[in-house]
Design a protein around this ligand. Structure first.
Ligand code: UTP
Length: 292
């Protein structure tokens, strides 16, 4: 029986060192792309996929994330007095309801696997999704919604996958592929950040996962891996053969917003999707292109 996905985990406990000094006193996940923080895009994507429980794994200096997912009565009063109903809608319409959001603290940023392990008590014994807010995906349907649809057919573990240039394999977890029907690829093995010459394919794991709860047992047992961190990839690799395991080549474009260039690209791409901004941004880009 394939059990439904009701809960999503948002690991937001990382230090964001690639984005210093911006992230010295501000969480990376609160960096705005056009007019919304990265974490809001991730939560909206999860809601569009039918998620009902939102679990944040936070750390020191991440309080602004909690504030963002809370009512702001003073601001609401001012906006109401000024008749700014569109802005009232902009600050509230996407919020999960009271009781749907919970927080736990990672205490030490020991890696993504460790962050996910911290959510065990809040997730319980059911399959769940993990979304990394710094992987921002521009797509019609929403990456997680597309994954949930595929998961409802194949069950087990499902990761978002994307083919990357051979020379970039060392930036990602890479899939050793089995049966491959284009969108859906069977995962026979996973290697964290391999050299291009040692990579089993060019199919990379992107920051969206649907995982069975047995992952928590494996996370308890894995040793520190690449970079001295407890790697989610290592725990997932141990589940190959234990549960069905697939990668979904999702439709849409992924921007690595943990990286400066990826973040700038995301701002341009999302601005070009924004009806109020599109034509001004296009003019600006044309002007710049002429000077290059
Ligand atoms: P990254 O691998 O981008 O790490 O994390 P990072 O520490 O945030 O950033 P850099 O590499 O130092 O610039 C991917 C996601 O996993 C979370 C991060 O908050 C981010 O959303 N994460 C990472 C944790 O929650 N805890 C960790 O220990 C590490």
């Amino acid at each position: 029986m394939i059990r439904p996905i009701r809960t999503a985990v948002f690991p937001v406990g990382g230090l964001g060192t690639r984005f210093l000094p911006a992230t010295k006193a501000m969480p990376k996940e609160m960096l705005p792309v056009v007019d919304k923080p990265l974490i809001q895009y991730a939560v909206e994507e999860a809601r569009a996929a039918g998620i009902e429980e939102f679990v944040f794994v936070t750390g020191r200096g991440k309080q602004s994330i909690e504030d963002h997912f809370d009512r702001s009565y003073e601001l609401e009063d001012v906006l109401r007095e000024r008749g700014k109903n569109d802005l009232l809608d902009a600050i509230n319409s996407w919020m999960p309801k009271s009781g749907q959001v919970s927080y736990t603290r990672q205490m030490e940023p020991l890696g993504l696997g460790h962050a996910v392990r911290c959510a065990k008590a809040l997730v319980g014994d059911e399959p769940f999704a993990v979304l990394l807010a710094d992987d921002l995906i521009l797509s019609q349907k929403g990456c997680l919604a597309e994954m949930v649809e595929a998961y409802n057919r194949v069950g087990g573990n499902l990761i978002a996958a994307m083919d990357v240039p051979q020379e970039h394999t060392r930036r990602y977890g890479i899939v050793k592929p089995g049966k491959d029907d284009g969108p859906l690829v069977e995962v026979k093995g996973l290697v964290e950040k391999p050299k291009p010459s040692e990579a089993p394919s060019r199919t990379a794991v992107i920051g969206r996962y649907i995982l069975q709860p047995q992952i928590f047992d494996h996370l308890d047992r894995v040793e520190r891996g690449a970079g001295g961190e407890i790697q989610l990839t290592d725990a997932m690799a141990r589940m190959i053969g234990e549960v069905p395991f697939h990668g979904l080549r999702f439709s849409g474009t992924r921007y690595d917003c943990g990286d400066k260039v990826g973040f700038l690209q995301a701002n341009i791409a999302f601005a070009l999707e924004h009806p109020d901004l599109k034509s001004e941004v296009q003019d600006f880009l044309r002007d710049i292109a002429r000077t290059l």
